[in-house]
Ligand binder design. Structure first.
Ligand code: 5AD
Length: 369
């Protein structure tokens, strides 16, 4: 069998190579993966870390995902929606601090009223954050679930140019186990394709450590990202929320957290090695499972950070999982230390630019030519 070292001399990687890389256990093999991911990042994109201000503007959701704390049937959650001014405030903060992009995230609501609200919001954010540095205003990413094609198109035309919609797992059987029957794998794929066709820079991702998920499943997830020609990836550990139908998994899950954490870092590194020019986020879930997780995600090849700007009075109502990390803004003493640590590994924060994924330009150029 090929060793990790052998595999890392290749330029292209097959499914078996990905399985071998994700199976690495020895610290020196994991360090080899980290190093290779770091060189892939620098070679394909550079050493910049892109920031997006993330506002979780509503926890109202019509979905009933079996793992998610804000699922429709969790009546223990106080539902909220920020008003336009509160969201604009977060957008202004984002622009004022030089972050180039803004992420609007919420539960899923595929109704006209919600789309009109978002459309208006996007126009206003664009207009009010335009500056010399960013003449078109902040870059806007949406993460508001599966909508109709017509709604996706309207929001794109309003000025949102990126969209995050996780596949959660590329294994249809697992997908089916963790979602109610009305939410199908096929529909999720259809939505991802329609986002790409409309022209969005398209992001997806998976949860790592879902009950029943194997290394082979995770390897197929990476193959899926490549086959779908995805521009951006956000993945993180699955974290059990006890007030969900999967809550009973907690004890078994708790005994696996070390493994799930390591696997999450390896997934970032291997995605970077295999996919090269995509944007990869170091996620809040990674920080939740281990306080150092966010920084480690960056060391393992992530190039995007999405500090949470949701107003504090609402944060405890946006718990997708238990124990969610809340220390997100890169300000104050902790922020300074973080920036110092970044410098020590020769990574710098990009300010005043959108930070679009290079992959998008590479793939659309390829279609044009
Ligand atoms: N653990 C980890 N991630 C979760 N998400 C939802 N619930 C959980 C959980 N319990 C993630 C999903 C979703 C994103 C918005 O949050 O991947 O796509």
């Amino acid at each position: 069998m090929k060793t990790i070292k052998d595999i890392l001399t290749q330029n292209e990687f097959g499914y078996d190579d990905i399985v071998t890389m994700l199976s690495a256990e020895r610290p020196d093999d994991i360090e080899l993966l980290r190093g290779a991911a770091d060189s892939s990042l620098r070679r394909n994109i550079g050493n910049k870390l892109y920031l997006r201000g993330l506002v979780e503007f509503s926890n109202i959701c019509t979905c009933n995902c079996l793992y998610c704390g804000i699922r429709r049937d969790n009546h223990g959650v106080k539902r909220y929606t920020l008003d336009e001014e509160e969201i604009l405030e977060a957008a202004r903060w984002t622009a004022g601090h030089g972050y180039g992009s803004f992420v609007l995230q919420s539960g899923q609501r595929n109704v006209a009223q919600f789309i009109i609200f978002l459309e208006k919001l996007i126009y206003r954010i664009k207009e009010e954050t335009a500056s010399d540095e960013l003449p078109e205003g902040l870059g806007i990413t949406l993460s508001v679930g599966e909508l109709s094609d017509a709604h996706y198109r309207r929001l794109y035309e309003a000025g949102a140019h990126r969209y995050l919609l996780r596949i959660e797992t590329s294994n249809p059987a697992i997908f089916e186990k963790i979602h109610p029957p009305e939410q199908t794998f096929e529909q999720r794929i259809r939505a991802l394709n329609s986002l790409k066709n409309i022209g969005y820079q398209t992001g997806t991702g998976v949860m790592i450590g879902i009950p029943g998920q194997t290394i082979e499943d995770l390897a197929r997830d990476i193959v899926f990202f490549r086959a779908m020609d995805i521009d951006m990836i956000g993945m993180g550990p699955y974290l059990v929320h006890r007030q969900t139908p999967l809550g009973g998994y907690f004890e078994r899950w708790a005994a696996l957290t070390d493994e799930i954490y390591q696997l999450s870092l390896k997934m970032i590194a291997v995605a970077r090695i295999v996919l090269g020019d995509v944007n990869i986020a170091s996620t809040t879930a990674l920080e939740t499972i281990r306080p150092e997780g966010k920084f480690e995600g960056i060391r393992f090849g992530a190039n995007v950070l999405m500090p949470v700007l949701t107003p504090h009075e609402h944060r405890s109502n946006y718990l997708l999982y238990d124990g969610k990390a809340m220390t997100d803004v890169l300000e104050g003493k902790k922020g300074e230390e973080f920036i110092k640590k970044l410098k020590s590994i020769d990574r710098e924060i990009a300010l005043g630019e959108w930070g679009d994924p290079k992959h998008y330009f590479n793939r659309t150029y390829a279609i044009k030519s």
